[in-house]
Design a protein around this ligand. Structure first.
Ligand SMILES: [Zn+2]
Length: 345
């Protein structure tokens, strides 16, 4: 990031430096701020007077800048951003006060979290849980029932039940995945020095399903390995945190049956006389995951390479990798083999 100044737009504004109304340039540049004694770099917006050759920041932009710096801090500390907190409220159709009361917090707590203060990790966990486990959200509502008027309570209850019906099993899929990976809680060559990140994994699967037309379960599993292997080969770190085993059809991640239940994809079961095929389709309700440029580059390379491969072709291709040739049935495939991966071109 550079601190080069960019012009956003020009506006007519009362310049406090010249004490008259004239054309002002709105600019942006990267600046540093201290949030909770941590230095963060954020994109600052400010005004610039060309007559006085001087910058000034009106109150509204001051608030905006403060908020930007806090959002960067939250992301760096893995705390929900104010936009994400609002998303949870919107999921259940709750006002700031209602959400605060449902959580058993003071009336203005959520309003503060969405504007100026940064939540304690304990409350962050509580808010995340209401998102991930709507049944728990309903439990909290019932616990704090007396804080709401009866008619409003019934509406809120109905809204939460609708969310449970729509994506209630996500929580259990997540928990099952977490349990399956419980022993891989440290960065090692088994997970490519990357801990399982279920949100990112959902995003990766969704991305592949979006850009590959004919995608079946076996092919997806191979493509996941190639995404992690290419990431490891390029950056010495896998992307998803999945751990792969040597199976007859090549590398297959632990808990593969749970992975395709993640709500970022729709799975279509196709019945054939001898077997059932699982066709993977993107879930159109799912938002694109916020990948870094490096991650997108890896994904696009893997998709470009295997997009038109049939399941059989990608399986045969993988069978020639050291990761397959030098491992035994059911063995965990060390990511060190990815260093010798065949070149894509
Ligand atoms: Zn001026």
């Amino acid at each position: 990031m550079t601190n080069e100044k960019h012009e956003i737009k020009r506006i007519l504004y009362f310049c406090p430096l010249c004490e008259e109304k004239h054309e002002i340039v709105e600019i942006s540049y990267y600046d540093k701020a201290i949030v909770k004694s941590k230095e963060v770099e954020y994109l600052k917006r400010s005004y610039y007077c060309e007559i006085e050759n001087e910058e000034f920041t009106p109150d509204t932009l001051m608030d905006y800048n403060l908020n930007e710096a806090r959002e960067i801090y939250r992301k760096s500390e893995n705390l929900l951003t104010s936009a994400q907190i609002k998303e949870i409220r919107d999921l259940y159709g709750l006002t700031q006060k209602e959400y605060a009361n449902l959580l058993g917090l003071g009336d203005v707590t959520i309003q503060r979290y969405e504007s100026r203060s940064i939540q304690d990790p304990t409350y962050d966990d509580l808010m995340r849980l209401t998102k991930e486990n709507p049944a728990y959200c309903l439990e909290l509502l019932n616990k704090n029932k007396e804080k709401f008027e009866n008619a409003r309570y019934e509406d809120m209850k109905r809204a939460i039940i609708n969310v449970i019906k729509k994506n209630g099993n996500l929580y259990f899929v997540r928990e099952t995945l977490k349990n399956a990976y419980i022993e891989y809680d440290k960065p090692t060559e088994a997970n490519g020095y990357c801990l399982l990140d279920i949100n990112k994994l959902s995003g990766i699967i969704h991305y592949i399903a979006k850009y590959v037309d004919s995608l079946y379960k076996v092919k997806l599993m191979k493509m996941l390995w190639y995404v992690d292997a290419l990431s490891f080969k390029t950056y010495n770190k896998a992307m998803s945190g999945l751990v792969y085993q040597h199976f007859p059809l090549g590398a297959v991640p632990i808990a593969h049956n749970e992975i395709i239940k993640l709500p970022s994809v729709n799975v279509l079961e196709e019945e054939h006389p001898e077997y059932t095929a699982y066709k993977i389709l993107p879930n159109s309700d799912f938002h694109l995951y916020d990948f870094t440029f490096e991650e997108l580059d890896i994904l696009q390379n893997v998709i470009k390479k295997f997009k038109s491969f049939s399941t059989q072709q990608i399986v045969s291709y993988m069978h020639e990798e050291d990761a397959y040739k030098f491992t035994e049935d059911n063995e965990i495939i060390s990511f060190n083999y990815a260093l010798n991966m065949k070149n894509f071109n």
